[in-house]
Design a binder for this molecule. Sequence first.
Ligand code: 5GP
Ligand code: MN
Length: 378
Amino acid sequence: QSETKPFQVTNKSQFFSFNHFFALPLHLLNVLTMNLTIDILNNEQISLLDNILKESKNIIICAHKSPDGDALGSCIGFANFIEKTYNKTANIVVPDAFPDFLKWLPDNEKILRYDKRQEYVDKLLQSADAIFCLDFNESSRIEEMQQSLDASPAKKIMIDHHLNPSMETVLTISHPEMSSTSELIFRIVWQMGFFEQQDSHHFAIPIYCGMMTDTGGFTYNSNNPEIYFIICQLLTKHIDKDKIYRNVFNNYSSWAIRLRGYILCQKLNVFEDRHASYFAITKEEMKDYHFIKGDAEGLVNEPLRIKGLKMSISLREDDRKENKVWISIRSIDEVRSDLIASEFFNGGGHEHAAGGKLDCSISEAEEIAKLAISSLNQ
Ligand code: 5GP
Ligand code: MN
């Protein structure tokens, strides 16, 4: 037990009285906490989560296919919270590769890839006591790993921010109003009273990275004042947020920058009357530009910088499989990406950021994109 020191005022000037000195931080504290609700769990959920973490021996954390900054950040932060607070190891598994620009994340080298270690991960899933599903709302989002997850007898816990959660779980913590799953992890750890003991490198950095990437560097989905309280708390752990930004957003290879320039210059189709655009990236183009995972990440946002544009669609051929096209959609204001994704592209997502996939050629996909765009109001 540390001894609390009696409060001492060294400067006795009338402008620096005990009252002033003491009142200011209290006032600031009030401002900081006024109307801010960080807690998201009810008592029942807290004790269920706490019990699962205490009682489970084999814990797995998994995230969706093509894991992004939020998927990885939330998994890494959560795994380290479990390690620090509950003194046990949790394995992180993801279906496939993640972008190069996330390979600086602490502990990324410990993440298991299903496409590389299928047999081993199958065994892990089968013998797990608890599986935490982070940043996805239905098991189809983990593609090849779905069967194995569905077949596992482990307790499943979902922590996610996508609409319409649809998985059988013992606990579903679903908050589509949140910026990111990483934000949810922060809130859970904070509410349980364990934030103090988390460290910068293994908790604050991945959580900040996830919040930053899912909001495009806090440029969308980021109007909730509580986000900035959370960032403030993360900064008290002395993270270098400017460096995290550079690591993620200013980390292209020269080939990737050239590919982006080429697509915007040569491949962008703008439909001014519908305030929308699409571009398609083919296998050949990816080969020509030495494409690696992540090179086209965020490119879909770029056309939205055109004055008046409200929706941007990106079509990308799978670089290995035939007749597989991956779709990303971004929109603003009243234009709903999620509705376009589910109506035209077998997908879904958030109001202003969604995606999907098509089993067809890239030129057929382009026709569908044109149809989707023509469905928008003029
Ligand atoms: P991105 O364009 O970054 O791949 O995806 C944007 C958002 O759309 C993601 O946060 C993800 O939730 C959602 N999304 C992408 N692909 C799919 C899909 O096939 N199905 C559903 N339901 N959501 C998707
Ligand atoms: Mn997310």
